[in-house]
Design a binder for this molecule. Structure first.
Ligand SMILES: Cc1cc2nc3c(=O)[nH]c(=O)nc-3n(C[C@H](O)[C@H](O)[C@H](O)COP(=O)(O)OP(=O)(O)OC[C@H]3O[C@@H](n4cnc5c(N)ncnc54)[C@H](O)[C@@H]3O)c2cc1C
Ligand code: SF4
Ligand code: SF4
Ligand code: SF4
Length: 403
């Protein structure tokens, strides 16, 4: 039994596989008060065929994840594309290598605060898919479209959160999948869209203009590990907010406003469901500082299947980096070890989110960053540590050459 029978929100990822499989158009989507999307069956149209329950990925023993076969850390050689990507741009390298002749790429694209899955059949239109959008992407008819492309014998690259990949796999069932490459992100969960709308109201009040675009991880200056959010307002003004001064990150990472199904998510594990898993190379300054570069972003790439390994071997030619020891990665990647836990005060927070204005909400829930934290980020942070490491490296090389 899953969400469609129990209405237990923890049991629904919002992947919309059920909506897309229903040939009777009997399942609609509604947004709850927190802004998360859930399916709803219209009993007057339902013929009880059971297909929606069958494709739901939230069920016991649904899909078997794979062990990691190969781990890589690095970044694109093309510095412009690396700049336009969240981490090191591995996604673009994989698209470049996998998509030949006739193909379709599926991924998340933003339009203001809304995010939806789109399909492109020409790589020149990939730009909108680059960059992480930290809000749930509406999947729309993407599974149906992906199936159509596969049935025409075309190559398909489908990217998304692990639960979206799970929904796709269940939806496709017995459709031949040798032309399908799936790419998932390491997943921290999804924050409530309601918060962004409250934030938008505050921005409008303060700057007299709404938000046209959010770049959650901007790199106008090379500060990848600062998670700098860049807002482009409708009046074209730009605002930059560092991670430690941004209530969005504090509340999201504080587990106060995640989608209920993200607490205890089965895909936050040391195995991958997709052929390839992508993430940030967190901890790079400690276990492979040579890949930190100028803090312009580095990717973690985990290949979980033979297909993933062979697809990435071509993509790797477009990147600088090397194989990594999975045990070292795991120490810095909590979301490859265990799911997020629900903050015991979530209910109280969500109540306040719906009742309070943005300023009052932040005053109550967002503590100012401590001096110790700011010291460890701005004064003696990763960048400074890598700088010292580089000095030692140079001195050691000089000494060796002098011998
Ligand atoms: C909600 C979310 C949570 C994440 N949490 C973590 C984490 O905890 N640790 C970590 O190391 N990495 C996390 N990532 C992954 C990381 O932010 C980068 O997306 C990843 O490293 C790919 O970066 P890139 O440079 O290769 O390519 P980019 O070009 O930046 O790739 C973007 C890719 O992400 C997909 N994408 C973007 N937004 C969404 C969305 N809303 N829903 C589904 N797919 C989306 C695109 O379809 C595309 O495949 C998360 C990503 C998302 C979307
Ligand atoms: S049981 Fe069949 S007809 Fe009814 S909602 Fe599910 S898929 Fe649609
Ligand atoms: S198929 Fe997806 S959207 Fe439908 S009930 Fe299952 S998890 Fe929720
Ligand atoms: S944490 Fe799990 S349920 Fe939540 S978006 Fe990520 S994959 Fe889906």
């Amino acid at each position: 039994m899953g969400y469609l029978d129990t209405q237990n929100k923890r049991e629904c990822f919002g992947c919309e596989a059920c909506v897309q499989i229903c040939g009777k158009g009997a399942i609609g989507i509604y947004e709850d008060e927190e802004g998360f999307r859930y399916p709803q069956i219209d009993p007057s149209k339902c013929v009880s065929c059971g297909l929606c329950r069958k494709v739901c990925p939230h069920k016991e023993g649904a899909l078997e994840p794979h062990d990691i076969e190969y781990a890589f850390g690095g970044y694109l050689e093309d510095q412009r594309l690396r700049q336009d990507s969240t981490s090191g741009g591995a996604f673009s390298a994989i698209v470049e290598s996998w998509c030949q002749d006739k193909y379709a790429v599926f991924g998340a694209v933003a339009d203001g605060l809304e995010v939806s899955h789109y399909c492109v059949t020409d790589k020149v239109n990939l730009a909108g898919m680059r960059k992480s959008k930290y809000t749930q992407s509406k999947i729309g008819r993407s599974y149906i479209q992906a199936k159509e492309h596969l049935q025409k014998g075309e190559r398909v690259l489908f990217s998304g959160t692990p639960c979206q990949i799970a929904g796709l796999k269940e939806f496709l069932g017995g459709v031949p999948q040798e032309n399908l490459l799936t790419v998932e992100v390491v997943c921290e969960g999804l924050p409530s869209p309601k918060f962004l709308f409250s934030f938008q109201n505050d921005v409008r009040r303060r700057y007299g203009s709404g938000i046209a675009e959010i770049d959650y991880r901007n790199k106008d200056k090379p500060r990848w590990d600062f998670n700098v959010m860049k807002l482009t307002l409708e009046n074209r003004r730009h605002i930059y907010i560092d991670r430690w001064f941004n209530p969005f990150f504090t509340l999201w990472i504080g587990r106060l406003m995640s989608r209920p199904s993200c607490y205890g998510c089965p895909y936050t594990a040391q195995t991958g469901l997709a052929d390839i898993t992508l993430g940030d190379l967190w901890g790079v300054h400690q276990y492979c500082p040579e890949l930190y570069g100028e803090n312009k972003g580095a990717s973690l790439v985990l290949c979980n299947t033979g297909k993933g390994v062979s697809a990435f071997s071509a993509a790797q030619m477009l990147m600088l980096g090397h194989e990594l020891d999975i045990n070292k990665i795991l120490a810095f990647q909590k979301r490859l070890r265990k799911p997020i836990e629900e903050n015991p005060r979530r209910e109280e927070f969500m109540h306040d989110l719906l009742e309070m204005d943005y300023q009052s909400l932040c005053r109550k829930w967002v503590p100012a960053p401590s001096l110790q934290l700011l010291w460890s980020k701005y004064i003696w942070g990763n960048r400074q540590k890598v700088f010292i490491w580089n000095l030692f490296q140079k001195a050691a090389t000089k000494q060796q050459n002098g011998r």
